[in-house]
Design a protein around this ligand. Structure first.
Ligand SMILES: [Zn+2]
Length: 313
């Protein structure tokens, strides 16, 4: 029985061994196939990653070029800003220094202040004193004793006190010759009372070219002529009459940019309590004019009569 079993073992042993080896080979083959698949999947994933990476690189480079564009745009803006920083003054000065005909600065500049006295009159006078220049104040009437003192200070400090009506109310002043005369009498009497004399210079409210007068301006000019009073308008506008208030930079620009158009320039400013940017702008304007060797002058008999109204109006 044992011999018989041994025989059987010897007979089937190699087959069993072969089968076992075969099974192992199959298992190995299956395992290798599965590893291969995993490797393929991994390769595919790496491929995706590479594609994504390329996409990312593309995005980064397009971002880079956007940054470049932005940077050059910023550069251009910065250039423009630096030009602005140099200031309108230098632009004006360059224009003034040019030797081209008609580009010379005027011989004289007259600073004229309308509608005072106001809370700013003392500040304006202080600035004029600091720069040793004389201005021209076209004043209106006031009943405030403190403000009335300004008429006297204007005269005492060597400036020219001029009239600009008592009421500054267009409807009243220009309604008739009598109304105009009454208003003129009132401001004349007040200024004579405070300063001792009646000014010989007048500026019509709204200028001699105003469009509100119901009568021809010749009617009122005649009254002034009879009294030996000369009227003056202006040829340069600081632009400070506007509401809301103009920033100082703009007032500076307005006051200086047209100066070289005229042999004698008369700048119109406003001396009103709410016109603080005019006070702020004044030192820069005076400095710019003085740096160019121009005289800032008080109006006198030699001043060109800058008048808007002509007989052809
Ligand atoms: Zn006025």
């Amino acid at each position: 029985m044992r011999v018989h079993r041994l025989k059987r073992l010897l007979l089937f042993g190699p087959y069993i061994v072969f089968l076992v080896i075969l099974a192992l080979c199959i298992a190995l083959f299956v395992s290798i196939r599965s590893q291969d698949r995993k490797i393929e999947a991994l390769e595919e994933e790496i491929g995706h990653i590479t594609v994504n990476q390329n996409g990312l690189i593309e995005k980064v480079s397009s971002f880079d070029s956007s940054v470049d564009e932005l940077s050059s745009a910023l550069g251009a803006i910065s250039n423009e800003l630096s030009l602005i920083d140099i200031g309108e003054l230098e632009v004006v000065r360059d224009a003034a220094n040019s030797t081209a005909p008609g580009k010379e600065w005027p011989r004289k500049v007259y600073l004229t202040f309308d509608d005072g006295p106001s809370a700013n009159t003392a500040k304006i006078l202080d600035i004029l004193k600091k720069y040793k220049v004389r201005g021209n104040f076209f004043v209106v009437g006031t009943e405030d004793p403190e403000l009335q003192k300004m008429y006297k200070r204007i005269v005492d400090e060597g400036h020219v006190l001029c009239m600009h009506s008592y009421s500054h109310r267009y409807n009243e002043i220009y309604s008739s010759v009598d109304a105009f005369t009454a208003d003129l009498d009132k401001i004349s009497a007040l200024l004579k009372d405070v300063t001792g004399s009646v000014p010989k210079i007048y500026r019509f409210p709204g200028g001699s070219s105003n469009s509100v007068s119901r009568l021809p301006m010749t009617e009122f000019i005649k009254i002034l002529d009879e009294r030996g009073i000369t009227y003056y308008d202006w040829n340069v506008v600081a632009g400070d009459a506007t509401n809301p208030m103009l920033p100082a930079e703009k007032i500076i620009e307005n006051s200086l940019c047209d100066l070289n158009e005229y042999e004698e320039a008369m700048i119109l400013f406003h001396d009103l309590s709410n016109k603080t940017s005019t006070v702020e702008a004044l030192p820069t304007i005076i400095e710019a004019i003085q740096k160019n060797g121009i005289t800032i002058a008080p109006i006198d008999d030699n001043t060109i009569t800058i008048q808007h109204y002509t007989n052809t109006n």
